[in-house]
Design a protein around this ligand. Sequence first.
Ligand SMILES: Cc1cc2nc3c(=O)[nH]c(=O)nc-3n(C[C@H](O)[C@H](O)[C@H](O)COP(=O)(O)OP(=O)(O)OC[C@H]3O[C@@H](n4cnc5c(N)ncnc54)[C@H](O)[C@@H]3O)c2cc1C
Ligand SMILES: NC(=O)c1ccc[n+]([C@@H]2O[C@H](COP(=O)([O-])OP(=O)(O)OC[C@H]3O[C@@H](n4cnc5c(N)ncnc54)[C@H](O)[C@@H]3O)[C@@H](O)[C@H]2O)c1
Length: 463
Amino acid sequence: METEHFDLLVIGGGKAGKSLAMDLAAAGQRVAMVERGMIGGTCINVACIPTKTLVNSARLLAATRRAAEFGIDAGTPAVNLDLLRARKEDVVGTMVAGQRKSFLASGMDLVIGQARFTGPRTVEVVDDAGTPRSLSGTGVVVNTGMVPAVPDIPGLRAAQPLTSTSILTLAELPASIVILGGGYIGCEFASMLSIMGVAVTLVQRGASLLPREDTDVSAAVTSALESDSVSVRLGAAAESVVRTNGTVTVSLADGTTVEAAEVLVALGRKPVTAGLGLEAAGVDLAPGGLVAVDEFLRTTADGVWAAGDVAGTPQFTHASWNDYRILKANLAAVPGVALHSTRDRLIPYCVFTTPELGRVGLSEAQARAAGHDVRIAKMPVTAIPRARTVGQLEGMWKAVVERGTDRILGVSLLGHESSEVIAVVQMAMLGGLPYQQVRDAVIAHPTMAEGLQLLFSDAFLEA
Ligand SMILES: Cc1cc2nc3c(=O)[nH]c(=O)nc-3n(C[C@H](O)[C@H](O)[C@H](O)COP(=O)(O)OP(=O)(O)OC[C@H]3O[C@@H](n4cnc5c(N)ncnc54)[C@H](O)[C@@H]3O)c2cc1C
Ligand SMILES: NC(=O)c1ccc[n+]([C@@H]2O[C@H](COP(=O)([O-])OP(=O)(O)OC[C@H]3O[C@@H](n4cnc5c(N)ncnc54)[C@H](O)[C@@H]3O)[C@@H](O)[C@H]2O)c1
């Protein structure tokens, strides 16, 4: 079989890889992208887009339940799972179709199949027409992502747990579910399923949900979930799982058990590197099966780069997209010009529970651990006029300011529309604005962002 050579060969069409492939192909380079089936990658098919579409429906349901409170007679709302799934599939399907069109319009060679390295910068793939192909690239980018991990907890695999992927195609909502893992996926599914009427038990090994957050922020997330009837079990590692006669029983480290109709495993994700033949390409792995990269996204093999989840980039679509920008600059770099680095990126994130958590920068614990002298601002969402008009009073906002420089080091916003407001703070941080400039800016009333003036005021910022 003759090897076809390309300027750029992308393995896995994730956020970084597909963006780079489209750009360089449209610019006239010879580009091939091998994707094993999910046109558009994880985010569009089985992650951010379908889950946030479902979160939106859950919120609509919650709002409709409260309609009378807002002077609206809306009857008795209920979930219609067929319509819910159809809408989600329509949103996903439209985006996938748009992506396929853009891929082809860019002029790239889109190869549908599973790639495996056979040598330096060379892969083999059997495409969807059954034709074996050998492809090589002057530059190669590995962007194969991650898939749900199902750890070796006794009985877990045999109990056929749902994952964040398989739960998206359920034929009916279970009456009850136990969710293993109180991270992003666990909290988001607990929130939306509980609102949809499923009895949810959320089991978390550590002492708090979302363990990267400050304990007061995690506690506020916990109480928001509990107010939506989620039973939160903290300090309760799942030790074994048994499914009998339609009931799943999970035994916890504290000696208790939880029973439910289904179990969802949300215990992290594992990189897609096994079976990729990386050893044949001279690409070393890092701990946990990630592709080892330096700050410029170079792997250990000359001309081979990696990006996104599989390269250990924080697991967010926007972080992978930033990898694409770095790769684009670095692939075009000429000798003597500094490469773009992943160091010191300010990567915000949002957890789409209801209410949602918007996060940027350092938490209080991270700031103190890094040796910053800090002032803390904390405020209940009830202080914000907009929260009153929309009747969304749950949550709290917290900011970390550096004493002396007045720099905003980080913000955690739990509350209505926090995923939007967080970008406002991010811009202030990127612009190096001291907190007083945010406090004293004229911000439109009544908006949630206006709450920033209050948060940074003497009423809420400690002296
Ligand atoms: C349930 C869930 C919800 C999430 N919600 C959010 C959110 O709201 N916001 C957010 O920012 N992030 C969210 N994330 C994280 C986000 O989805 C990921 O960080 C992001 O999709 C990673 O993109 P990537 O570029 O690493 O590659 P991916 O998009 O994972 O793409 C990798 C691609 O490689 C392909 N592939 C793998 N192996 C091969 C091979 N051998 N040959 C060919 N192709 C191959 C795969 O089919 C896949 O399409 C969520 C994740 C999950 C699971
Ligand atoms: N909104 C978003 O941006 C979003 C949404 C979903 C997922 N994601 C990405 O997906 C990644 C994976 O999410 P995830 O929630 O699967 O993983 P995670 O690592 O965030 O959470 C897993 C949790 O499971 C707990 N755990 C581990 N073993 C346990 C056991 N035996 N019993 C009980 N609890 C146990 C851990 O303490 C941890 O808190 C995240 O890192 C995130 O970056 C992002």
